[in-house]
Design a protein around this ligand. Structure first.
Ligand code: ATP
Ligand code: MG
Length: 417
């Protein structure tokens, strides 16, 4: 990294820093945005750290939001974007392995940097002073290392979530984890149970969606999964491990597909139980469980069978299932070295039939029928028979779409039982 390296901060960030400096205080862009800029990745958000306290920040800008005044954070609004401006902070004693009991403001940047988790996340920058890199984050970025700021066991004692964050950043960036940091995770693994499942699934989701989803193995090697995710732990510690990691590397870029790959080697009920324990949203739980349950399902290569499958599993679900089955095939091919031509062709045929059915707008649900419940009522039908009749008609029409015509369907009425 050249000495005079500069970071191209967004104009709004430069202006905020400049405004704070004009009032006689210090301000820097800090944390993830600096790390990502140096790596040439687009930062999600730009955090600013400052020597000014929230009450002062609020007087420097027209539009601010009190995001977390007690923690020193004020959001400064520029046009429609918010930038979090946080006072230099020293985190007090941690009471529950997750949250500092109190926070104290400081007027020294280094205090704020040393409360941060990893060296690569503990760098600050502004145009006046350039980089402030007290913990050699630049060197670790170069060497691709995740390393705790300070003593790892102490830092994980303060906040157990950091253990998951270490593995998550290693997966997102393709970094190794420094030996001391890594062994401290192993030593402290049991304390992960203090972390809420919502935070655990946030981090797990980021690992799964990264370019290195197979780094989930590190969660298991450090024994983190042993305490909170028993199903995943058993998959990744027995003979199913390699095929699962290979499958993850072939899985499409969707949380459903990544979770389904992770749990593909267990049965749907086990997968469902762990997804629930992870407190994922119901849609994810149901979709992933369904993929795992239907992972080996084979649909007949006929239009009626594909229409039935779309009706039964859902219009959006079938393509997802096919993507999953394609990944399973690719992973098996990689593991065995044997091409599965027939299986690939089968998925291709189902995909093609699906496309054609959707493009033509074939009838795949009761609302697509050329006859409705009120039509049947007008013909004197009532009660549950209406639904049953429509359902019978749907299956007939899915078998033979030409029959989806009101007169034909009415003519058919007498034959339905
Ligand atoms: P991303 O936004 O991609 O998840 P990030 O590094 O920006 O990565 P955030 O969670 O947004 O991560 O946090 C911003 C910064 O705050 C981090 O870079 C780090 O300096 C600090 N930080 C966040 N969480 C912790 C934590 N649990 N312990 C210590 N420092 C933390
Ligand atoms: Mg961030």
């Amino acid at each position: 990294m050249p000495e005079n390296y500069t970071i191209d901060m967004p104009e709004a960030v430069r202006n905020i820093i400049h405004t704070i400096e004009e009032h006689g205080f210090k301000a820097y862009a800090v944390g993830g945005c600096i790390r990502d800029s140096i790596l040439g990745r687009n930062p999600d958000d730009w955090d600013i750290t400052t020597s000014a306290v929230p009450a002062q920040i609020k007087t420097f800008f027209k539009r601010t939001i009190d995001t977390g005044i007690v923690h020193g954070t004020v959001t400064v609004m520029v046009n429609k974007t918010g930038y979090e401006v946080t006072t230099y902070r020293i985190d007090g004693e941690y009471e529950d392995g997750r949250h500092p009991k109190s926070v104290e403001f400081s007027d020294r940047l280094v205090d704020d940097l040393c409360r941060r988790d990893f060296t690569i996340n503990a760098m600050a920058y502004n145009d006046t002073d350039g980089f402030v890199d007290e913990f050699n984050g630049l060197d670790d970025l170069d060497a691709k290392i995740i390393r705790c700021v300070g003593e790892p066991e102490l830092r994980f004692t303060e906040d157990a979530l950091r253990m998951m964050r270490a593995i998550r950043f290693s997966a997102q960036l393709g970094f190794i984890i420094d030996e001391d940091t890594y062994s401290a995770i192993g030593a402290m693994a049991d304390t992960i149970s203090k972390v809420s499942m919502e935070r655990i699934h946030d981090e797990l989701g980021k690992i799964l969606m990264s370019d290195h989803p197979d780094y989930v193995k590190r969660l298991c090697d450090t024994r983190l999964t042993q305490y909170v995710l028993p199903v995943m732990d058993s998959i990744l510690t027995d003979r199913r491990c390699n095929s699962t990691l290979t499958l993850l590397m072939h899985a499409g870029h969707s949380p459903y597909l990544r979770y389904a790959a992770l749990y593909n080697a267990t049965d749907a009920d086990n997968a469902n139980a762990e997804l629930k324990a992870l407190k994922l949203d119901n849609n994810t739980i149901n979709t992933v469980t369904k993929i795992v349950r239907l992972s080996k399902t084979s649909i007949d290569e006929t239009e009626p069978a594909v229409r039935e499958a779309i009706h039964m599993y859902g219009r959006d679900f079938l393509p997802l299932l096919m993507r999953h089955q394609t990944s399973v095939i690719a992973a098996k091919e990689e593991t065995t070295g044997i091409m599965m031509t027939a299986a690939r062709k089968h998925v291709e045929v189902i995909n093609r039939l699906y496309e054609e059915i959707i493009k033509r707008g074939d009838c795949i649900s009761i609302k697509d029928l050329d006859i409705s419940g009120s039509d049947l009522m007008e013909l004197g039908m009532s009660g549950p028979r209406i639904g049953e009749t429509l359902n019978s008609m749907l299956h007939i029409v899915m078998e033979n779409p030409k029959l989806n015509d009101k007169e034909t369907l009415i003519a058919m009425l007498g034959t339905l039982e």
